[in-house]
Design a protein around this ligand. Structure first.
Ligand SMILES: [Zn+2]
Length: 311
């Protein structure tokens, strides 16, 4: 353990651990790469959290906490080895995470699969964040159970297990009423598990090797993210070169401009067919929706930069 802590300290990680009071054995370890610390404070808005296995010689479950940049890229926020997957362990991990945001904005959206202990901990530590369940896991779970049941049984299963308790957390009609910045699955954290395992090369890695592998992954992520921020200044796209986007170009991500291009196409369809706007982009991404874009165009105004979300 001393070797590991020295390694984490030398590499500039922020870390914390706790021991079992009777056996003095390490129970839980939380650690955050210096790049993750910087990124988390810049982009605390979305967290995607999941536990994975077979990553270390002690067979400790690993909690991976993933974030998303405004340019739509995945970033590893923090990692934690835990001794048990109980409310108390997850609460300890999330409390360490929250401490990193001293005087910063708190997470606004947290995605998990239906792990009750983790969900409880999220509610305790981040009571104000919207909690969403992974759509993919829910559809897989429903498919699995529907194979065994037919007709009424299927409805009863979905209703009893999902709709009654969790409908606000995953059905689009509800989830589009809360901010989610277009994250509806935990796929990003699943990919992060896979990437980590590809680099670890073994299911029984030493903790020192694990830290080295995380360093490599952080370098890759940092390079990709840097590229997407350079694109904001350098990338020229024809359909972004319109007066409506004048205040936004160079100041928001290419991804955001692409959302607006889609919203403009939707606006034309709405006008053509007389549909209602629905305003989902406004409620789920905190960006001006088709009906608002139409108003800016009619008034010969540009989209104001401050009408877009801080994210
Ligand atoms: Zn609208």
């Amino acid at each position: 353990m001393e070797v590991l802590f020295r390694l984490l300290g030398d590499k500039g990680y922020t870390y914390d651990f706790r021991k079992n009071s009777s056996t003095n054995a390490m129970e839980d370890l939380f650690f955050m790469h210096p790049t993750s610390y910087m990124m988390f404070r810049a982009f605390p808005h979305v967290l995607i959290i999941d536990t994975t296995y077979n990553t270390n010689e002690y067979k400790l479950p690993l909690v991976q906490i993933i974030g998303v940049t405004s340019t739509g890229k995945t970033i590893t926020i923090a990692l934690s080895f835990i001794s048990k997957e109980k409310d108390d362990n997850f609460t300890w991990v999330l409390t360490r995470l929250k401490a990193m945001l001293h005087k910063c904005m708190m997470p606004r959206v947290i995605l998990t699969d239906r792990d009750l202990a983790l969900m409880n901990a999220c509610n305790v530590v981040f009571p104000d964040a919207a909690k969403l369940l992974c759509k993919w896991h829910i559809s897989q779970n429903i498919k699995k159970h529907c194979k065994q049941r037919f007709g009424r049984g299927v409805f009863d299963y979905v209703n009893a297990n999902w709709l009654v308790k969790y409908k606000e957390m995953f059905v689009s009609a509800w989830t589009d009423q809360v901010l989610h910045f277009r994250n509806s699955t935990t796929n990003r954290v699943e990919s992060a598990h896979a990437l980590l395992k590809k680099h670890l090369l073994t299911m029984k890695s030493t903790l020192e090797n694990f830290v080295g592998v995380n360093d490599q992954i952080m370098k890759l992520q940092q390079k990709t993210i840097k590229g997407t921020f350079e694109d904001i200044r350098n990338k020229k796209m024809n359909d972004h070169d319109i007066p409506l986007f004048k205040e936004l170009r160079g100041n928001v991500s290419i991804l955001t401009l692409e959302i607006f291009v889609k919203e403009l196409n939707r606006m034309n369809k709405i006008i053509e067919h007389g549909y209602g706007c629905g305003c989902h982009i406004r409620t789920s991404c905190s960006l001006p929706c088709a009906c608002m874009l139409s108003n800016y165009l009619t008034a010969y105004e540009t989209i104001p930069l401050d009408s877009t979300d801080i994210f």
